[in-house]
Design a protein around this ligand. Structure first.
Ligand code: ATP
Ligand code: MG
Length: 567
């Protein structure tokens, strides 16, 4: 490709809204262009990378015997009502009506469509198992679209759905996808970690997320160096605390004027925060009631765990309003589980504690020496957010916390959708049995940006060779110089003949300007034809290492060809 014919739209500076390096670089390198919050256009270089990532995913999915189809983004409400998600999905679902007042959504995911597909098209159990996938555009009206392609409102996902006769079959399909994802992210050069995950909106049980490790990741991973346990913090459990066997002391009411927060209370009463419990009251709009969650004072509540415990939905759980708390007979800042008239959920750790401080549901009062079982009751479950230093649930060694970008997730759906939507097969005894399903997503556009997040420096992007928009660029210092031009053209021709994706920079511009462009765009190899062109000597630059060397034309050409052959 000739640079003079290309749409090269590099920018000196990125627009202000870009906050992280990978977003800045994708904009500055002219890979993507933004029109509406969370919605992007892919420019020529960005599109080439996207296509390469998609092809790697496609190859590995095909190798794993998955079958590609392509579904529309528009989905009818009726299927979502059948699955029970039309009401449950929340404001992220982009809904609309056509001119006949019929309701639709733009698919945020495709369980309903694929389940309907299997129900209608798979007639015989002989066709099972089957795994269908697509690479397609999804829509989610995210509350906070941000970080460019990381959290868009329109994005590309690879989604796959497996249909098996039984649980055993699902386990095989799931493992097949786990292994395939490992191959895909390895081929994409990502530093990643599979982790145990919560199943969220999708439902079912059994799930892993694939996390690209990065400080800017929105997810936190709790992991154990000793035994390899790794889980999303939303899911991570910790070794259960041992029961404190101290004697229960008599409970007593103390005056704590204006001492509302755990910091204030612990300072005022001179107690360790670990000897306090805090009670947080939520309104669960799914079941339309108030619930109280009790965790140790220095802990954070993991709302995902709470939502799972109360069978609600994270989009429909809110902190209770002041007047709701007052109606319960309590008061903000002094809430406690004793004599509280709502469902109470108590973290395992609190149930194992003795003689701790709780709010007294009366302004300016707390109780000392409260005890679970004697002074209050409730459903005991895991509610706390795991923290660094908590003990690993598998081996008991301290956990560490690291950040990651969720680039993929796999789920065992079991029969959640097939039962609701009557997606069945006929077994040997002639009975209709629901198919056992799994679903498997990769955020393709999020993966693209995650690669940039892991592969960049102050000059720009450093694409791994197999996803780079082009493999090499030839830069004649002065294209008007005959020797340089001729040499550059001959290298260009030779590389094209050897299937190298190569650009010749024939633009009428200063060499420094050209170098900056290609470093920003991140082309892996640059061949500079300058003063020594007549002697057959060029400069060879490696974008990953930034090492420059003077080599013969033959050497430069052979190096590139052999690297490209090895992709
Ligand atoms: P998140 O927790 O980040 O919102 P999710 O768990 O809701 O994601 P899934 O339903 O598991 O997402 O979708 C499969 C994959 O699609 C995710 O692993 C992620 O890589 C990608 N993805 C999800 N939401 C977005 C988005 N708004 N923008 C870009 N990619 C996304
Ligand atoms: Mg997910």
């Amino acid at each position: 490709m000739r640079a003079s014919r290309m749409l090269i739209s590099t920018l000196k500076e990125a627009p202000n809204e870009a906050k992280i390096d990978s977003h800045v670089l994708l904009l500055r390198a002219g890979m993507i262009k933004n029109e509406v919050a969370g919605v992007y256009n892919y420019l020529p270089f960005g599109l080439r990378v996207l296509n390469k990532i998609e092809n790697i995913i496609r190859e590995e999915m095909d190798n794993a015997s998955c079958i590609e189809i392509l579904c529309s983004a528009i989905q009818p409400k009726e299927l979502w009502v059948e699955s029970g998600r039309w009401m449950k999905y929340g404001p992220e679902l982009m809904r609309f009506k056509d001119r006949h007042e019929r309701e639709f959504c733009l698919g945020p995911t495709h369980e309903e469509i694929f389940t309907s597909m299997a129900r209608d098209l798979i007639k015989s159990s002989k066709n099972l198992p089957i795994n269908l996938y697509q690479i397609q555009t999804k829509y989610r009206d995210e509350l906070r679209p941000r970080f460019g392609l990381m959290r868009g409102r329109e994005f590309i996902m690879k989604d796959a759905y497996s249909f098996d006769k039984d649980e055993e079959g699902l386990n095989v399909s799931y493992q097949n996808m786990y292994d395939t994802y490992t191959k895909i992210f390895t081929r994409l050069g990502l530093h990643f970690q599979p982790v145990l995950a919560d199943t969220g909106n999708i439902g079912g049980n059994g799930s892993h997320q694939f996390m690209a490790l990065s400080d800017i990741g929105e997810s936190e991973i709790a992991y154990c160096d000793a035994c390899g346990y790794a889980a999303d913090v939303e899911k991570a459990t910790t070794k259960e605390s041992e029961l404190d066997n101290s004697e229960m002391l008599p409970i007593s009411l103390v005056n704590t004027p204006n001492q509302r927060t755990i910091e204030e209370i612990t300072a005022f009463l001179n107690v360790d925060p670990k000897k306090t419990a805090k009670t947080i009251i939520y309104h669960d709009y799914v079941n339309n009631k108030l619930v109280a969650a009790v965790v140790r004072g220095d802990r954070e509540i993991n709302e995902i765990k709470l939502v799972n415990a109360i069978n609600s939905n994270e989009n429909y759980l809110e902190l209770a309003k002041e007047e709701e708390i007052v109606n319960l007979g309590s008061i903000h800042g002094f809430c406690g589980p004793k004599d509280l008239n709502c469902d109470i959920y108590v973290d395992l750790e609190v149930a194992a504690m003795k003689n701790f401080v709780i709010g007294a549901n009366t302004i300016d009062y707390h109780y000392l020496n409260a005890n679970f079982g004697r002074d209050f009751n409730g459903t005991v479950c895991d509610l706390k957010k795991a923290e660094a230093g908590d003990l690993c649930p598998c081996c008991g060694k301290p956990l560490k916390i690291e950040r990651g970008i969720e680039v993929g997730q796999i789920f065992k759906l079991q029969t959640k959708y097939s039962e609701a939507m009557k997606c069945t097969y006929v077994n040997e005894e002639g009975k209709n049995i629901p198919m056992v399903m799994g679903c498997y997503g990769i955020g393709v556009t999020r993966t693209l940006q995650s690669i940039v997040e892991q592969y960049h420096d102050e000059f720009g992007i450093k694409w791994p060779l197999n996803v780079a928009p082009y493999h090499a660029v030839i830069v004649p210092i002065n294209y008007k110089d005959d020797a340089q031009k001729e040499l550059a053209e001959s290298i260009y021709k030779k590389l094209i003949e050897n299937k190298v994706e190569v650009i010749i920079d024939d633009r009428d511009a200063k060499p420094g300007f050209k170098f900056k462009d290609w470093e920003l765009i991140g082309i892996p190899y640059m061949v500079v034809c300058g003063k020594r062109a007549a002697e057959g000597i060029v400069e060879f630059k490696n974008r990953q290492t930034m090492i420059k060397e003077e080599v013969t034309i033959l050497e430069a050409v052979e190096r590139i060809i052999s690297q490209v052959k090895n992709i």
